[in-house]
Design a protein around this ligand. Structure first.
Ligand SMILES: [Zn+2]
Length: 660
């Protein structure tokens, strides 16, 4: 059963957990990033993103004068344009739930600059417009012009859906036509594809509004061509490297071209490999193309890859990408907590992938992952005041080792205000600003609720209009009330979360036993105004363990309650978290602390702390000794939500704790 997620304009969120986070994005992140994109943050590396576009516009139209100093040419990373694109997308979504004429004007003015930078044939990548357009398309592997195109396309569709204005959309249609004229299966075209994926899913999104088969065909070409060997027996990127006489950076690694998921055809890929963000963006595009073209083999490949990630390569926080080397997946069951990479963007990309799989088939195995990512590995990327960000999201930190241990150089123990490669903050902004679109999906005879977030949504079903209102205490308590307005026959389904063992359902005040399929509870009836479903999900504090194949978590437990994964922090438990052990059968005390970390439930549990060797004894200062029974002191352990860690100064943190 295929469904489509709700459009941003059809849902309003009014939720005690998420609305403040969305407001933080709107009032802190979006304005701050605008300043950053305009190089107006003192002490921060300039972004150059808008300056590059102004310079490109001046070069394209010499009559224009944006007063850009010419001494520096293109500034920033080759993919700097994408930072602006992500900002435009986030700002576009925010306009839907918070109209703002002055912000909309900034977008329109920026879109005018993009239009002026665009070449007559539609091309619009500032790196090549500034550095020599004759070189464009010569390095699809590393120069990211198709990546930037993808991000701008996502932004253009978002802005069109938010405002109905076509200018940005038309710019991107023209750019898509330009790409289509140069890259594709036909003779004389380049038989290539993006080095950093995203254009695939962006083109399908473009197709969803243009209904132009050309856009879908180009997305399918990128997917199907990826990893295919040409007549020379080499994949496209190898041919390109040889043409450019480039040294191949991953030549001596086990990745080879699988760093780009481009070493073998996508349908032959059985495990998630290479750069994690690229991988989940590719799989998202594969799922989109698979759904739109009804390509079973592609969807099967997506299912295999989704299973590999979520059953063998995903942290309990939904962080993915275990190693800093290549910001990549490593191997099945390898999930080190301290040397982890876990880029914020990768968890965001995993949510994109899971969302697309859920559109193909409603199954909580997909939407549980969206929830896990949103409440843990995604929002952990942002400070509680919305001004600082994590690129890497560890599950265990020791400040000294982050400073001195090369294997942990990527792990920061405090969030940073900006990065030279600032991919994560604007990516966070765009997913949180579009959060409403993850809550429900529907088709002509079905409405599904995937996430429990309070708000109101409007649907058109087979000509009938329905409103669905959700009121919930999740993530802090498990009650959900759903009320309906309108009259229509349809099948209403809601997710039974993976964190809930027992639940009760009442329909209009009477107990009700829904028909459960793939952990979705369905009630099929003629719905009318005033109908109400009340659900009580049990939300106990649960100690979780990892499969014993995960060697780093053996003998350890992690605490989860509802969708929230918890952690220990030095601020509450002192130094030496590794010495602590938790009693997983002791009662867990849940306490609402309004004044702590913007309001959180903390959990205290009885545990123990291993004592130092007895002072005065001969071996007290030894490094090793023959085994004696260890001594423990009782200690109450206090857990806080993982997403809120590192908001009280630097210190130790641990998600996985020894069991006693
Ligand atoms: Zn990132």
């Amino acid at each position: 059963m295929q469904t489509t997620f709700i459009k941003p304009g059809d849902i309003k969120i009014d939720d005690s957990f998420w609305s403040p986070i969305m407001e933080r994005v709107r009032t802190q992140v979006i304005p701050y990033q605008w300043e950053a994109l305009n190089d107006r943050i003192s002490g921060a590396e300039p972004s150059y993103a808008i300056r590059n576009f102004k310079l490109a516009a001046e070069l394209t139209h010499p009559e224009l004068d944006y007063a850009v100093p010419r001494t520096i040419g293109f500034g920033g990373m080759v993919f700097q344009d994408s930072d602006l694109a992500k900002w435009l997308e986030a700002a576009a979504y925010s306009l839907v739930w918070h109209p703002d004429a002055s912000l909309e004007q900034k977008l329109d003015e920026t879109i005018d600059i993009l239009a002026n930078a665009q070449q007559a044939d539609g091309y619009m990548d500032t790196y090549y417009i500034i550095n020599g357009i004759d070189k464009r398309w010569t390095n699809l592997k590393d120069h990211h012009e198709l990546y930037c195109f993808g991000h701008f396309t996502e932004a253009a569709v978002a802005y069109f859906e938010a405002t109905g204005k076509r200018k940005f959309l038309d710019i991107m249609i023209k750019y898509a036509d330009c790409i289509d004229a140069h890259i594709g299966a036909e003779e004389g075209k380049i038989h290539g594809y993006p080095g950093h994926e995203i254009a695939e899913m962006a083109l399908v999104r473009l197709y969803s509004v243009t209904k132009n088969e050309k856009h879908l065909k180009l997305a399918a070409y990128f997917i199907n061509q990826r990893g295919q060997k040409g007549p020379t027996g080499k994949v496209f990127f190898q041919e390109e490297d040889e043409r450019n006489a480039n040294g191949f950076y991953w030549k001596d690694s086990y990745f080879q071209y699988q760093y780009y998921q481009a070493g073998i055809p996508v349908r032959d890929q059985k495990v998630a490999e290479g750069h994690a963000v690229r991988a989940v963006y590719l799989y998202s595009g594969m799922a989109d193309v698979g759904r739109e073209t009804n390509d079973k083999s592609l969807i099967e490949a997506c299912e295999r890859l989704f299973t590999d990630i979520t059953r063998r390569q995903m942290y309990i926080t939904a962080a993915i990408g275990q190693q800093p080397y290549g910001e990549s997946f490593s191997f099945d069951y390898d999930l080190p907590n301290d040397t982890v990479y876990g880029e914020t963007c990768a968890s965001i990309g995993l949510a994109f992938f899971a969302r697309r799989m859920a559109e193909i088939e409603p199954n909580a195995k997909y939407t549980n992952v969206i929830e896990r990512a949103l409440y843990n590995g995604i929002i952990s990327g942002m400070s509680l005041d919305g001004t600082k960000f994590f690129y890497v999201n560890p599950l265990e930190t020791l400040p000294e080792s982050s400073k001195k241990d090369r294997r942990m150089h990527q792990v920061k123990i405090e969030r940073q205000s900006w990065f030279p490669c600032a991919c994560c903050p604007p990516n966070l902004a765009r997913i949180i600003a579009s959060l409403g679109t993850y809550v429900h999906s529907y088709n002509e005879e079905t409405i599904l609720t995937h996430l429990y977030i309070s708000g109101e949504a409007a649907f058109k079903l087979a000509g009938k209009e329905m409103k669905v209102r959700v009121k919930t205490g999740i993530p802090w308590e498990g009650s959900v009330k759903i009320t309906f307005e309108g009259e229509a026959d349809f099948n209403y389904g809601f997710r039974i979360p993976d964190w809930c063992g027992n639940y009760t359902v009442q329909l209009n005040g009477s107990p009700c036993t829904p028909n459960v399929q793939n952990a979705y509870a369905f009630i099929n009836r003629a719905w009318k105004t005033g109908d109400t479903i009340e659900i009580a999900f049990d939300m106990p504090a649960s100690f979780m363990q990892a499969n014993p194949k995960v060697r780093d978590d053996i003998g350890k437990a992690a605490l989860q309650r509802g969708p929230i994964v918890y952690c220990l922090e030095e601020a509450d438990n002192g130094k030496g978290l590794a010495k602590l052990a938790v009693n997983t059968v002791a009662d867990a005390q849940v306490t609402w602390e309004q004044g702590l970390l913007c309001g959180v439930d903390t959990i205290t549990v009885q545990g123990k702390e291993i004592k130092d060797w007895v002072a005065g004894e001969d071996d007290a200062e030894s490094l090793y000794r023959p085994v004696k029974p260890s001594e423990y002191a009782d200690k109450t352990l206090k857990f806080i939500p993982y997403y809120a860690w590192a908001n009280r100064g630097p210190g130790e943190m641990a998600v996985w704790v020894h069991m006693c």
